[in-house]
Design a protein around this ligand. Structure first.
Ligand code: ATP
Length: 241
């Protein structure tokens, strides 16, 4: 279980992005984190993956624990070794490298060659297209394929918890459906997922649990099904009236 306690994040003096978030991320299942633009969803993922240091002037308060171990003092590589891997918004694949090289880069942190081989098998089973395109430059893949590569690269280190930031962004509905099905498969294979999405319909369709952020605070946390049926959520996020 990952626990976030009184998490506060500022960017420089003027921007307070999170004002004291308390959140439990269960070990199994998919947790959807919803909220409108600027609510602090990406900031939450950055805090968990330890990557806020890459953002100038960020200041973090509060605590994050995973399996009883304090995470918020660790650097990003040490957090990956704890089994937590993020796929940032915009994918950030290595565009000039081949698909196979991108995947190899993701496997660098594997604990053993056996683990790396098993992870590689799993990635190629989940994403046959990455096998077909192994030698191709990653920057030439379609948007959906690049998203699959970004997820595949993260899975190469056999995470126990995968953090996905807006995987549906800019993708056609058919590809979004495909990514949703893959997220379910990843979860069924034993990896917990935190799914940050503006596409609430997609996110609530695959999630077991859901949390809603509103300008830096946690507005709601409930089973995904309950949220999908809530009139407020329908009105605010699902295009209902
Ligand atoms: P989006 O869906 O637009 O990415 P979000 O819910 O993920 O939104 P964040 O990106 O976490 O929200 O942003 C939360 C707040 O922090 C916003 O006011 C945003 O402008 C600000 N912010 C985010 N990143 C930075 C940064 N690197 N420097 C300064 N301010 C930032």
């Amino acid at each position: 279980m990952l626990t976030v306690r009184n998490l506060r994040v500022r960017y420089g003096r003027s921007v307070s992005a999170l004002h004291g978030i308390d959140l439990d991320v269960p070990d199994d299942g998919v947790l959807a984190v919803l909220g409108s633009n600027g609510a602090g969803k990406s900031t939450l993922l950055r805090a968990i993956s330890g990557t806020l240091g890459l953002h100038r002037g960020s200041v973090v308060g509060g605590e994050i624990h995973y399996d009883g171990k304090r995470l918020d003092k660790l650097d990003p590589a040490a957090i990956v070794r704890q089994g937590i891997v993020g796929v940032p918004e915009g994918r950030q694949i290595f565009a000039r490298m081949s698909v196979a090289e991108n995947l190899r880069a993701g496997g660098i942190g594997a604990r053993s060659p056996t683990e790396r081989a098993a992870a590689s098998r799993r990635v190629h089973e989940l994403f046959p297209v990455l096998t077909d395109r192994a030698g191709q430059r990653a920057g030439l893949l379609s948007g959906g394929e690049q998203q699959m590569l970004a997820i595949g690269r993260a899975l190469m280190s056999s995470p126990r918890l995968l953090l996905l930031d807006e995987p549906s962004l800019g993708l056609a509905p058919k590809i979004v459906e495909r990514i949703s099905a893959i997220i379910r498969d990843i979860h069924e294979q034993g990896t917990a997922v935190v799914l940050v999405e503006q596409n609430a319909v997609m996110a609530l369709g695959v999630a077991d649990h859901a949390a809603v952020l509103e300008v830096g605070t946690l507005a709601l946390a409930a089973p995904a099904r309950e949220l999908a049926e809530s009139e407020d959520v329908q009105r605010l996020y699902l295009g209902g009236h």
